[in-house]
Design a protein around this ligand. Structure first.
Ligand SMILES: [Zn+2]
Length: 507
């Protein structure tokens, strides 16, 4: 028998069952299933370099039986590094059909700093099905070498400083470097990396960072220097040392540029005293003119010659250089590398070898540095020499302020055209007329492009070649050049402060 209490309890139980059934039915009518954790069969986490920028990524591979999972990776600061939602349809290519409805998914995250990261995976119903922690040591930059700064004297006591820093990363995260900053004494750089502006250092890799910047002005002396390797505003590593600043040339000691076209009869010889006080000799005339050149240089107070340029191997250019090499300490010699089988050229090469200095063969576009106050450019010969020795002449342009000189050796009109075709800016204040004024050189379009105010012809009186040709003189006149000839004027000296110039002649 049931009493009233039992009946009531039974009714409550029945009602509850009915209620739950109804709720369940309603859920089923709504198409929703009972929330229940979905099985996650495997989770694999790998760390590697996956990103296109070289940043370390954490790669998560997972397989499970739900249609989708959401992944959240939280970093040391507890804020999420990234969240992802993966579903079987997203990862169709990785879905293993035999295991349906399993999903196999890959997701990548990029941790930015060392520390402990937490990966949480939830199924589509919001159930936490996975949680685990991973620790990264981070990027560990080791500066293997801070390099030795090289100083290139610029204008007004400023230096271009070049520095190479070698860095390795033995951590497990990539990092990037944006700045190499150097403070020397009170002078702090505008920091920079040469190229590219941002360098990624991968785990296990070593990289050399080239930085260059202007610093100064400095006086000679010993300074404390502080180096810093930086990522945007973060200093990654620092280093302190003392460095020696070489003696700069005070501004008031910059000399005028003086170019002397030495009268060596039929031949070429040009002596240049540069603004930094260096001595440069282009050609030396014939062998018999060697003493004339040597005496001229001695009278100018030359004791050693920083650079001798033999434009090409012909006797009226290299002959006199043999005496010059025997009389002065010569620090460097250039020629085009055109080997001519003549006694004069062989003796010249022997003299260069006896000097024991660098013997270089610059060509069109070679980077050369004759004097920090000059802009220099090699316009000829091309890397593959012409078959003709004259055409293979070294052609040099120098600029000092707004005044420029073009030295053309003995090139012919064809080479003049090639130089124009290469797009060189040939316009010059002073032109050393090619090949002693030969009619086979000095094409009108070349002279028009050079547009010289002064044209110098180095030539011997009554020479058997008919140099200079009347047509060359006519063309020079037609472009408005004032012509100076060594056969008529003797030695011709042009001096300039970079703004104005004077021409003086021996006769
Ligand atoms: Zn010549």
């Amino acid at each position: 028998m049931m009493d009233r209490r039992s009946v009531l309890l039974t009714a409550v139980v029945i009602s509850t069952v009915i209620f739950f059934c109804a709720v369940t039915a309603l859920h089923q009518i709504g198409g929703r299933e009972t929330p229940k954790p979905s099985k996650l069969s495997s989770v694999t986490v790998e760390v590697g370099d996956y990103g296109s920028l070289g940043y370390t990524s954490m790669k998560v591979l997972l397989e499970g039986e739900a249609d989708s999972y959401s992944l959240t990776l939280s970093g040391p600061s507890k804020s999420p590094v990234g969240t992802a939602f993966v579903s079987s349809s997203d990862m169709a290519d990785q879905k293993e059909s035999v295991l349906l409805p399993m999903v196999s998914a890959v997701e990548r995250f990029t941790p930015a700093e060392p520390g402990t990261y937490t990966l949480v995976i939830e199924d589509s119903a919001g159930n936490k099905v996975y949680e685990n922690c991973f620790t990264y040591a981070g990027a560990n930059l080791l500066v293997e070498s801070w390099g030795v700064p090289e100083f290139e004297l610029g204008e007004s006591g400023y230096y271009l400083v070049n520095l190479s820093v070698t860095v390795s990363n033995d951590g497990d995260l990539s990092t990037y470097v944006t700045d190499v900053k150097v403070a020397i004494g009170e002078e702090e750089t505008a920091s920079s990396l040469a190229d590219p502006a941002e360098v990624v250092i991968l785990p296990g890799e070593t990289d050399t960072l080239d930085a260059s910047f202007y610093l100064g002005p400095f006086g000679e002396g010993t300074y404390s220097a502080t180096y810093a390797l930086r990522r945007t505003d973060t200093t990654l590593a620092t280093h302190s040392t003392t460095i020696q600043i070489p003696e700069p040339l005070p501004v008031n000691q910059v000399l005028p540029l003086r170019v002397s076209f030495i009268d060596v009869g039929q031949g070429d010889s040009v002596y240049i005293k540069t603004p930094a006080g260096r001595d440069v000799l282009i050609d030396g005339g014939k062998r018999g003119m060697g003493d004339v050149v040597v005496n001229y240089l001695r009278n100018q107070g030359v004791d050693d010659i920083e650079l001798v340029i033999a434009t090409h191997p012909d006797a009226d250019h290299v002959g006199g250089l043999i005496s010059v090499l025997g009389s002065f300490v010569v620090e460097e010699v250039w020629d085009p590398g055109f080997e001519k089988d003549t006694a004069t050229y062989r003796d010249f090469v022997t003299a260069v070898k006896a000097e024991g200095c660098p013997f270089l063969h610059p060509h069109r576009g070679s980077a050369v540095d004759i004097d920090p106050y000059l802009v220099e450019e090699i316009l000829n010969p091309p890397e593959t020499l012409y078959s003709d020795s004259n055409d293979s002449s070294i052609v040099l342009k120098i600029e000092f302020g707004t005044i420029s000189f073009l030295f053309t050796g003995d090139i012919g009109a064809q080479v003049e055209g090639d130089i124009l075709a290469e797009g060189f800016e040939v316009s010059s204040t002073v032109l050393k007329v090619a090949h002693h004024g030969s009619k086979y050189s000095s094409a009108l379009d070349f002279l028009t492009a050079v547009d010289p105010e002064v044209a110098v012809i180095s030539v011997g009186a009554d020479n058997p070649y008919g140099h200079p040709a009347q047509e060359t003189l006519d063309k020079l006149a037609s472009v408005g050049a004032e012509v100076y000839r060594t056969d008529l004027c003797g030695t011709i000296v042009i001096e300039t402060d970079g703004t104005t110039y004077t021409v003086s002649t021996e006769k």
